[in-house]
Every structure is written in structure tokens, then in C-alpha cells.
Write a protein that binds this ligand. Structure first.
Ligand SMILES: [Zn+2]
Length: 278
């Protein structure tokens, strides 16, 4: 299908963001360069629940990489317009195609209301659902993809109000097990992370996730959420997952930020969300 993948946007926007903002946490080592003092792999079983298969990453490669690195693999695909899974038949083919492999099978919906396109028994066959709040409905219709480099934010406070409302929608009305890319901010306001993510706003996400036992993804590519959020979520009893959001063998099952946060925030096996095979 000749549409640009999210990954292309991600790479463009994150590389550009690192160049523009000079964010200290976008270190070369974590962007694929040489790692001099990598944080240790945690002692608990590690999973990468955010792996996308692609022309560069086959299921066999993903399984082999997982085995090599001692990491459980979770595969995601997007349903909805512009993506490969739109009908029950598509979804069944996807699930049946992955079942023979020792991976967890997930779905990463993009648009609210996505689950209405599929029958409940089929959705129940999925091992998990991860959704982010990166594709925001615009007030005048259409969608704002906030991971894109050219995302414009005229008024940071107004944006945060709309963003929080959309996060609330995602966390309260959709079938969801893991909240992906939590607290990610678009490029123009990324440097204001600590001011914009006030105590109250962070707490709102923590409370919503706790109410439905939704796990929090620590996202390797976006380096979110930050240590403050993770610590607060941990204190509230939330569980976490690690995700590379990868489509290549170079990035799949390759953690730096996640291990660093695990170390800094003292995450243990008890803090991790485990996806079971159905
Ligand atoms: Zn993804």
C-alpha cells in the first residue's frame, strides 16, 4: 500500500526535533550510535510490546531477534482507513498468520471508535490492544497527527486542554490495555514538557489509567514519559511496558531509555504489565 508509514514521520520528526531543540535526552547513543555506558538490562523478564513488521522486519527476524536478546516480542498492526486491517476477514488473517509464532499479538488503533468495525469474539482473540493519543480530532474536522514535525501549536495551554480531553476519550471509551506514547508533546512545545505537564495534568492520566487498569508504555523512540511521571504512576500502582515502536532489526528489541528509566525509577517485576497469550 503506497502510503507513508508512521515510522517515516516518526524518524523525520524525532531527528529534526533533536536537531532543533537540542533536547539533552535525545543522546546519540540512544538514537543508534555507540553506547558507552548503557544501562543494564533489568533482572525481570523484558518484553518489547511495540514491534511493527515491515518490509525490513519479517516475523522470522523478529522472533530470532527476541530469542537472541532474551526479550518477549509483541507485534502490533494498525486497523482503520489507510491501514491494512479494516474488516473481520483482515483481522482474522492477521491473528491466524501470527498464531504459529511465539509472539504476543496486538493491535494499535489510531482513530477513536475503531472497534465498531470488528466483531467482539474476534477482538477477544487479540492478546492486547495498545493505543496512543497522537492522532487528535481537529475542532473543524479532520485529524492532527501531533508526531509530525510540521505540527503547529498556536497556543500551548489551549492545545493541552484539547489534548487532555482526547487522552480522556482514549482512556475511557476505547478497548485498551496499554496507553502508548504517554505525555508526548509536539515539536513546537516539546521543550516546555515540565511546565505543561503540571502535577494536575499528570495526575489526571494516572487516575484514568488506574480506573481501568491500563498499563503505561515507556516509549523508547520518543523518550516518554519522563521520570517524574513514571515515579508518580508507580506510586499509584500502575504497571508499565517497554516499547521500541520499531520497524527494523536495528531498533526492534533494542532498549536504552526504557532500561535507564527502569533503573532510575527502581522498576521491578511487580511493576511490569505482562501480556498473556490467548
Ligand atoms: Zn506503533
Amino acid at each position: 500500500m503506497p502510503h507513508p508509514t508512521r515510522r517515516i514521520f516518526l524518524q523525520t520528526s524525532l531527528t529534526a526535533m533533536a536537531a532543533i531543540t537540542g533536547l539533552p535526552h535525545f543522546s546519540r547513543s540512544s538514537m543508534g550510535g555507540e553506547i558507552s555506558s548503557a544501562p543494564p538490562k533489568p533482572s525481570f523478564p523484558v518484553a518489547d510490546y511495540h514491534v511493527h513488521l515491515s518490509e525490513h522486519l519479517s516475523i522470522d527476524q523478529a522472533v530470532a531477534l527476541g530469542k537472541e536478546r532474551g526479550i518477549q516480542v509483541g507485534i502490533l498492526e494498525h486497523p482503520g482507513p489507510g491501514y491494512p486491517i479494516n474488516t473481520d476477514a483482515d483481522l482474522k488473517r492477521y491473528i491466524d498468520g501470527l498464531r504459529p509464532f511465539p509472539v504476543r499479538i496486538g493491535l494499535q488503533p489510531v482513530y477513536p471508535g475503531w472497534s465498531k468495525a470488528f466483531s467482539k469474539p474476534l477482538l477477544d482473540q487479540l492478546d492486547y490492544i495498545l493505543m496512543d493519543a497522537l492522532t487528535m480530532p481537529k475542532p473543524d474536522g479532520g485529524w492532527l497527527a501531533i508526531w509530525q514535525i510540521d505540527t503547529m501549536v498556536d497556543d500551548a495551554e489551549e492545545f493541552m486542554t484539547r489534548y487532555l480531553a482526547f487522552i480522556e476519550q482514549v482512556l475511557t471509551t476505547e478497548p485498551i490495555d496499554i496507553f502508548g506514547w504517554p505525555t508526548f508533546l509536539p515539536v513546537p512545545i516539546a521543550r516546555q514538557y515540565s511546565e505543561l505537564w503540571t502535577h494536575a495534568r499528570m495526575q489526571r492520566i494516572v487516575d484514568l489509567a488506574r480506573a481501568r487498569k491500563i498499563a503505561i508504555e515507556i516509549n523508547e523512540v520518543a523518550h516518554v514519559p519522563d521520570e517524574t511521571f513514571i515515579t508518580r504512576a508507580k506510586q499509584a500502582g500502575l504497571k508499565f511496558t517497554f516499547g521500541t515502536d520499531s520497524r527494523t532489526p536495528q531498533s526492534a528489541m533494542h532498549f536504552y531509555y526504557c532500561y535507564q528509566m527502569a533503573q532510575k525509577c527502581g522498576l521491578t517485576a511487580a511493576d511490569m504489565f505482562v501480556v498473556n497469550k490467548k
